[in-house]
Design a protein around this ligand. Structure first.
Ligand code: PXG
Length: 465
């Protein structure tokens, strides 16, 4: 049996990693110089590295380990399924029990008439599916010219050519020929950074109406769909003003364009409901899911599709699919994860107990001299770091300089909190306890203090001009 354990000194593992392993979103030479942090095990909300250091993982891995680490039931579900039927495909008019059972379960959990599932192996693949699906839908309806998908700047929808093009990350678009044709980006509802003198409500309406303006300019008969995360995750946990989503919904309805809610982060309890769409009263035609669907224990994604879109697609052969669409082992793992989320009442507990508690602790960080706004919905939150709260100022240093310093102090304080530019973000496992929330807040405060001291010493508490 191949057991992959921590069998070498950290430095040797780091050297091998640098020699042979190419990391996502990482400057290779910088990392090689420093050595990657080697994570060896995890239980509950706690990670352990190869030197025995422990960290409270306030990111749930990459926004995905919703039920927490170490649930052996999922390992057992995978082992059972691997023994029974490790693989079969869902092409060529075949199916299998795990794919059927999970699709039925997702249809029951998803709101409205989102009753059909197209499986993928990740969120990126699912969003690639969505691009082809909405364009094929309109072609089947006799409107093949409706091929433009509107998305937003600073959105994240994945890293493949299609999903990366839907995303609005400038650094990604600068490499490798993205975006693909037919994707149009409008502004994001980030009041803190971009709202100027407007109230959040006015700004939310203004940014939503950019969708209407884009539809008018591009031509209503050219627009296939609008895609957005209910709350932008990788963009920095940008919580939209209350006015934003109702106006987006009105515009999509008025112009008859399809609405895709990317629930890859917001889904499966993250916002205190099963889906972010429920938190915001959004009525999507398609929801993208991944991450929390299996709590990250196995790679799976999918598109949950409304009856009308599915019925139109039923009229043709949709020439699309992945070897691992509906992989039996990942479906079995996801089903077990959903059983645990449901039977243990984890989503309800987030809504009624832990999220309100976390919100109190999180909002108290606004008292810290470095923190401008705090934002939190359910179990996803952000802090905007600033040298001048009243002016909502950005730092004079390159964006991300301060965030990176803070992230390093978080690690040093036993806390995994990510930075997006100069925003700090959290997305802890949904099973985090009150005591662990106390620890999270204490460690975050300590890291902020250390960051503040360092910024003062280095002359970095200056606002951009
Ligand atoms: N949609 C959303 C909203 C996401 O957050 C994807 C799609 C793509 O999913 P896959 O499974 O293909 O990665 C994501 C992924 C970060 C970070 O640093 C965020 C993601 C992935 C990697 C890093 O915040 N989100």
């Amino acid at each position: 049996m191949t057991l992959i354990t921590n069998h070498m000194p950290t430095a040797e593992l780091q050297a091998l990693d640098a020699a042979h392993h190419m990391h996502p979103f990482t400057h290779g030479r910088d990392l090689a110089r420093k050595g990657a942090r080697v994570i060896t095990r995890a239980r509950g909300v706690t990670l352990t590295d190869s030197d025995g250091n422990e960290f409270l993982d306030a990111m749930a891995g990459l926004w995905c380990v919703n039920i927490g680490y170490g649930r052996t039931e999922l390992a057992e579900a995978a082992a059972r399924q691997m023994t029974e039927l490790p693989y079969y495909n869902t092409f060529f008019q075949t199916t299998h029990v795990p794919a059927i059972a999970l699709a039925e379960k997702l249809a029951a959990l998803a709101p409205y008439d989102l009753n059909r599932v197209f499986y993928a192996g990740s969120g990126s693949e699912a969003n690639d599916t969505n691009i082809r699906m909405v364009r094929t839908y309109w072609a089947e309806k006799g409107e093949p010219q409706r091929d433009i998908i509107i998305s937003r700047k600073n959105a994240y929808h994945g890293s493949s050519m299609g999903s990366g093009s839907l995303g609005g990350m400038a650094a990604m678009h600068a490499q490798g020929g993205m975006p693909i044709p037919g994707i149009h980006h409008i502004g994001q509802p980030d009041w803190w950074s971009e709202g100027g003198n407007m109230s959040p409500g006015e700004f939310g309406l203004k940014r939503a109406r950019e969708l209407e303006r884009a539809i008018d300019e591009l031509g209503a008969d050219r627009v296939a769909a609008f895609i957005a995360e209910p709350i932008q995750g990788a963009g920095g946990v940008i919580v939209p003003p209350e006015s934003y989503w109702p106006e987006i919904q009105r515009i999509c309805d008025a112009h008859g364009i399809l609405l895709i809610a990317d629930e890859v982060i917001c889904g499966f309890g993250r916002t205190g409901n099963w889906f972010g769409s429920q938190t915001y009263g959004i009525r999507p035609h398609i929801m993208t899911v991944a991450k929390g669907l299996s709590s990250g224990y196995a790679p799976i994604g999918g598109s949950i599709v409304c009856d009308e879109v599915a019925e139109v697609l039923d009229g043709c052969e949709f020439a699309h699919g992945y070897t691992y669409s509906g992989h039996p082992v990942t479906c079995a793992v996801a089903l077990e994860n959903l059983r645990i989320l449901q039977e243990e009442g984890i989503v309800e507990r987030v809504a009624t107990e832990t999220a309100p508690y976390l919100k109190r602790k999180w909002d108290a960080l606004a008292e810290h001299p470095l923190v401008g706004e705090t934002k939190i919905v359910g179990m996803m939150g952000s802090l905007a770091l600033t040298p001048d709260k009243a002016a909502r100022a950005a730092f004079a240093s390159d964006t991300g300089t301060v965030g990176l310093i803070c992230r390093e102090y978080c690690f040093g304080s036993g806390l995994v909190m990510r930075h997006v530019g100069d925003r700090m973000v959290i997305s802890p496992p949904l099973v985090i306890s009150h005591d662990e929330i106390d620890l999270l807040a204490e460690r975050a405060w300590k890291a902020l203090d250390l960051t503040h001291e360092r910024l003062k010493q280095d002359g970095l508490m200056r606002a951009a001009g």
